[in-house]
Design a protein around this ligand. Structure first.
Ligand code: ACM
Length: 545
């Protein structure tokens, strides 16, 4: 993270650049408030990331003032609490920088920003929203609370960058007039954190969740176990976390989440409209478990804990029955902690498991997931076994991945397996940007910001025979062999993550690197104001003073 408060002056010049040639509006300074530094220009309605589906600019702008109230029009009773919570979240975002009270009210006579669940707006779906801005106020309409939340993120990006600061800033707080109608391209827009190679505390994960929410990411996949550490308490096998979680890459104390901490993380993510997908990686990537319980090893001998970064050397013992007691217990306890529908069982790089053992193991592990009512997710090697009906495979191949492997994935999609796309040389956020990148790895190649953004999920595996409708969405994994602090996570994730978020959300018709890079550039000062330590890629025209 960067010191807050270093970049507010960039804002005016930036907006003059991005707004050039587009209707510019000036708001009257609020009486009695601090005088504006200069004539403000509101951010054009479409200048957000991810790009909205439909934008109709025009009409008078709205300025948030000391008199603005946040009106929550609660809609169906089951959603009332959630709508109010989103109203409070919005007020919480706006209060520090504006210094306004911004009361959240259900008084329909109030003017200001209205959050409305419209029963008649089914076309907005689970996550879509409409934002109408005019002299009288802002109205956000959605069919479901998630839509209101995503609309709030758009509203936030339409306000001056200084709104992100945590101390009072000069307004005015003007939003251009017009209407945005916005729905996502894909239902699955994920990010993964590897909390195993380096343990990340709940507060570290929450900070990342807040950063993901700004870009409308809606799934957080937690890679909870690997050779170097087991990070979730399992009551029936307590040494998994207590011993298996006691170190990490390079040594050090590691750590794990208690069930209470994990539930709190799930609930925090839900408050930002993210569903947590827990992963226990099996049958490989299991040294932490094998070190914790000798009986899980075929030879009955527990290996030492591991703090290096090799892969492919560990395997659960597929022929032993106790292995499946372990799998059943872990999956049962994890499913009970998981309100979401997915449970990820890994299945990648099982180089120390024979093919026959792998197939037999994955059959039984998938059955356990189904037994506890969850949908199986596995890395795409699952397609080399027998994916159960409804299973989802996460493709992490890259340009060098062989035709046979792609064909195997495609064959599974023809039988109904759906895909999450995480091509390693596009969206693995731990890949170095170029040869000068200090952190990260390069086994899939260097991945600059344009390469990460400039591909089409719908057609990415079309040549191998994967139909467009097999693609559930995209996910950007962040592996942590070389990363431990949020500064380190951020400089690898940003600014590639907003590009993946845009691939997941925005219509294919908006896809264009040249216009995207300009919108991304405008995110620079916002990320800085939020304290996000991002990589200043030379490919992006970041604003300068
Ligand atoms: C992976 O990168 N081994 C899924």
């Amino acid at each position: 993270m960067r010191e807050r408060g270093t970049l507010p002056r960039l804002f005016g010049s930036l907006l003059l650049v991005v707004a050039a040639g587009i209707s510019s509006v000036a708001a009257a300074p609020e009486r009695g408030g601090p005088a504006p530094a200069r004539t403000p220009v509101a951010t054009p309605l479409g200048q957000v990331v991810p790009a909205p589906a439909r934008v109709k600019p025009g009409g008078s702008p709205y300025a948030i003032t000391a008199r603005t109230r946040i009106l929550v029009d609660e809609g169906p009773r089951r959603d009332a609490r959630e709508v109010r919570r989103i109203g409070s979240y919005l007020a919480g975002l706006l209060r520090p920088a504006t210094g306004y009270a911004l009361p959240v009210t259900d008084d329909r006579g109030a003017a200001g920003i209205r959050l409305r669940l419209g029963a008649g707006d089914r076309s907005l779906g689970e996550e879509g929203y409409r934002l109408e801005s005019g002299r009288g106020g802002i109205t956000l309409t959605a069919h479901k609370p998630a839509g209101l939340f995503h609309g709030v993120q758009t509203l936030r990006q339409l306000l001056p960058v200084s709104v992100e600061k945590d101390s009072r800033q000069r307004g005015p707080w003007t939003i251009a007039g017009g209407t945005i109608t916005d729905t996502p391209r894909y239902a699955y827009r994920g990010a993964m954190l590897d909390v195993s190679r380096h343990f990340l505390t709940p507060d570290q994960v929450k900070l990342y969740i807040d950063q993901l929410a700004l870009y409308k990411i809606n799934k957080l996949h937690l890679h909870l176990s690997d050779d170097q550490g087991w990070r979730i308490a399992i009551d029936s096998w307590p040494r998994l976390a207590g011993y298996g979680g006691s170190t990490q890459v390079g040594g050090g104390p590691g750590g794990y989440y208690t069930k209470a901490q994990y539930r709190d993380l799930v609930s925090y993510a839900a408050s930002r409209q993210l569903e947590v997908i827990p992963e226990i990686d099996m049958p490989g990537h299991t040294n932490a478990a094998l070190a914790s319980y000798a009986e899980l090893n075929c030879d009955g001998v527990a290996p030492p804990l591991y703090t290096g970064t090799s892969v492919g050397f560990s395997s659960l013992c597929a022929p032993k029955e106790i292995t499946y007691d372990f799998v059943d217990d872990v999956v049962r306890e994890l499913a009970a902690l998981t309100p979401g529908k997915y449970l990820h069982i890994g299945g990648d790089e099982a180089h120390s498991t024979s093919h026959a053992d792998y197939v037999a193991f994955m059959d039984r592990a998938q059955a356990a997931v189904q037994k506890y009512g969850k949908t199986v997710v596995g890395w795409h090697q699952l397609t080399g076994a027998t994916p159960v009906p409804g299973a989802v495979a996460q493709y992490w191949g890259y340009d060098a991945t062989g035709a046979a492997e792609r064909a195997q994935v495609a064959a599974a999609t023809r039988k109904g397996t759906r895909l999450i796309l995480s091509p390693a040389d596009r969206v693995y956020l731990d890949m170095k940007y170029d040869k000068n990148t200090v952190l990260g790895q390069s086994w899939a190649g260097y991945t600059e910001v344009d390469r990460s953004y400039d591909w089409n999920p719908a057609t990415y595996l079309a040549a191998a025979g994967v139909p467009e409708d097999a693609v559930l969405g995209v996910e950007a994994p962040l592996w942590t062999e070389t990363l431990a602090t949020n500064d380190q996570l951020e400089v690898m994730a940003f600014p590639r993550l907003p590009g993946v978020a845009e691939l997941g959300w925005s219509p294919a018709a908006t896809h264009d690197w040249d216009t995207y890079k300009t919108r991304l550039a405008a995110q620079g000062p916002r990320m800085a104001a939020l304290g996000i330590d991002y990589y200043r890629s030379p490919l992006v025209p970041w604003p300068t003073e």
